[in-house]
Ligand binder design. Structure first.
Ligand code: S3P
Length: 445
């Protein structure tokens, strides 16, 4: 098993661009890549994953499932075979998931159903993020844990005799839902997760592909009930990872805010629980053409073509947040170039991401001459309209990949260059970012 080459690190400056153009294959999806690695490692037999995202986060998951007992092999770039025997056992050393919230939370759920003991650790950012939201329901199922006040490091004591639960997560979180479902694969009966606002459903889409007895039922009012009946041995499956709508958002945003630009991203996953940003952009008046482009891994694909043009600020209500939870930093950047005010509500969860993304997004814009209003759970951006965002500032990324990429896109569209303090974390989700932006004609030095 080998990971990708050494990523760029340190500060980078994006210079105002003109005419970004080109066609890019969307980077592979991070959420689907993590899940494909885990389901393949849980199955009895050999699965083949193609177009796997070889980012630092996914590589941490690959190393962890190998330490739990699966055989993981990189056949060629993006093509991996994973062989499991339907059982995980105690790893010899702590499992270090680095920066990966999805990796650690889903793995805790997946590991909880085996008779094993495992310590989960992560970097400083991951160690500051809440884990009780996963550890508490797992404890209710019968998997005890010791943690540092609901934070990492956490020692999990799995059990092959988990009890099913009927659970309504107090926060809209696909990671919480997925951890419970993965534990429920081994529970003695039916585990139910009831979401008031449906979050991304990749776990319940992928589970049945690997033979899991799992289904999801929308309630017609934006909520979702997912059920899994435990006890089945998972079967191997060959799967191709679709393109990541969250990573695609950066090139699309760059095209929207940079004069005379036209960019196409191919093979982007089109999932209503992930594509909230694209619906919002159309409401803001973006020239965004969405063309069906087939399907893979149970997900629909589209090609996205964006052209620059003036957008108009809108109000985005709380109920839309789960469908675009990772896209607020880049939406804040786009809003800075719009005419009028963009109001984003229901953003408290952004404070529990890789950084406090709500405060950091506001600070990014303020440092670059854009007026914002920041509340406990909302952000208001006063768009600069035809004059464009001033730029000229430095962005503190707080080691957050999405802030680093957002800050650089801001610099491409702004009147003055924008510097971000460190780009190292971009490799956690989108190692091809710099190559892709250069291909479009962006100057980032
Ligand atoms: C993810 C769920 C989201 C998202 C993260 C990926 C997933 O987190 O922010 O980048 O793959 O399930 P939450 O579940 O904490 O909202």
């Amino acid at each position: 098993m080998t990971a990708a080459s050494t990523p760029p690190c340190g500060p980078r400056t994006a210079r105002p661009a003109r005419r970004l153009s080109g066609l890019l294959a969307a980077a592979p999806d991070k959420s689907v890549s993590h899940r494909a690695m885990m389901f393949s490692a849980l199955a009895a037999g050999t699965s083949r994953i193609t177009n796997l995202l070889e980012s630092a986060d996914v590589m941490a998951t690959a190393r962890a499932v190998a330490a739990l007992g699966a055989r993981v092999h990189r056949d060629s770039p993006g093509v991996w075979t994973v062989t499991g025997d339907g059982r995980w056992s105690s790893p010899a050393a702590p499992l270090d998931l680095g920066n990966a919230g999805t990796g650690v939370r889903l793995l805790m759920g997946a590991a909880a159903r085996f008779d094993l003991e495992a310590v989960f650790t992560g970097d400083a950012s991951l160690s500051s993020r809440p884990m009780a939201r996963v550890l508490d329901p797992l404890a209710a199922m019968g998997a005890r844990s010791d943690s540092r006040n609901g934070r990492l490091p956490a020692r999990l004591f799995g059990s092959s005799r988990l009890q099913p639960i009927d659970y309504a997560p107090p926060v809209a979180s696909a990671q919480v839902k997925s951890a419970i479902l993965l534990a429920g694969l081994g529970a003695q009966g039916e585990t139910i997760v009831r979401e008031a606002h449906a979050t991304r459903g990749h776990t319940e889409t992928m589970g049945p592909l690997y033979g899991a007895d799992m289904d999801a039922e929308p309630d017609g009012a934006g909520g979702l009930t997912v059920r899994v009946r435990g006890g089945r041995t998972l079967t191997p499956h060959d799967l191709a990872v679709p393109g990541d709508p969250s990573s695609a958002a950066f090139a699309i945003a760059a095209a929207l805010v940079t004069p005379d630009s036209a960019v196409t991203l191919t093979g982007v996953m089109d999932n209503p629980a992930r594509s909230g940003l694209y619906a919002v952009l159309r409401e803001m008046g973006a020239d965004l053409v969405i063309t069906p482009a087939g399907a893979c891994a149970g997900e629909r694909l589209v090609d996205l073509s964006a052209r620059s043009g003036m957008l108009t600020g809108i109000e985005i209500g709380e109920s839309r947040a789960p469908s675009m939870i990772d896209e607020y930093p880049i939406l804040a950047v786009i809003a800075a170039f719009a005419q009028g005010v963009t109001v984003m509500k229901g953003l408290a969860e952004l404070r529990a991401k890789e950084s406090d993304r709500l405060a950091a997004s506001a600070a990014m814009l303020s440092a670059n001459g854009v007026r914002v209003e920041l509340g406990a759970d909302y952000l208001v951006v006063h768009g600069c309209g035809a004059g464009g965002a001033p730029g000229g500032g430095r962005v503190e990324t707080h080691h957050d990949h999405r802030l680093a990429m957002s800050g650089l896109v801001l610099g491409l569209g702004a009147r003055e260059p924008v510097t971000v303090d460190d780009v190292a974390m971009i490799a956690t989700s989108y190692p091809g970012f710099f190559g892709d932006m250069a291909q479009l004609g962006a100057q980032i030095t």
